[in-house]
Design a binder for this molecule. Sequence first.
Ligand code: CTP
Ligand code: CA
Length: 230
Amino acid sequence: RRPSGGKLPLAGRHVLVTSGPTHEPIDPVRYIANRSSGKQGHAVAAAAQKLGARVTLITGPVEIADPEGVTVQHVETAQEMLTAVEAALPADVAVFAAAVADWRVASAAEGKIKKAKGAPPPALHLAENADILATVARLKPRRRPQLVIGFAAETDAVVENAERKRSAKAVDWIVANDVSQGSGVFGGERNTVHLVTAQGVENWPQMSKADVAAALIGRAARYLAQSVEQ
Ligand code: CTP
Ligand code: CA
């Protein structure tokens, strides 16, 4: 807490965060999903709340607790996540940490798909999910959050891929996440990231996910404060 009378840096601000995986049903008992514990996204929501923001966290299915003092909406699919994100706008800052499934099963079966003796395995016909981050980043200035931050989980050419995603999606900042062995291992407590902005690339040392979140949200708060002064 700041000394009495001191205003927290994100007081009066709305921060929107997505976290966790999405689950795309194949039938009532099976689904396609990405690997994601939700730890990094939930930590970002908690960090924003600590700096005084009103926080909306939209999360796919995770096994971790809701952060305290945050409005949490639980969703399953990418389509539900997009609908929830659009309904939660406007926001000053939006952080897209969710590992959204790129594809859904075009028409999920209403009943459980059964094995049939001698029949070949079923083929899955996939349809592409909408890109939630790109959808928000391309909103008209009136609706678009002032700062749109994406994550990019990469195993190879981490920074190059992140820079490409940043410009392709019209995103302000990308947190490039090295998910190759030994760095930002899925489900772990630590993360090695690079912050990619229009000004260039910063290589951050390996930190806890809570420290990555605090550093990122601290930066976001300073960015908003500077744009008020100008
Ligand atoms: N993202 C999203 N909606 C999607 C796919 C991705 O909002 N349907 C967001 C993620 O939350 C993340 C960023 O886009 O912030 C990058 O996700 P990533 O999977 O790394 O990139 P893609 O553009 O999906 O490319 P690819 O999976 O082919 O690397
Ligand atoms: Ca993807």
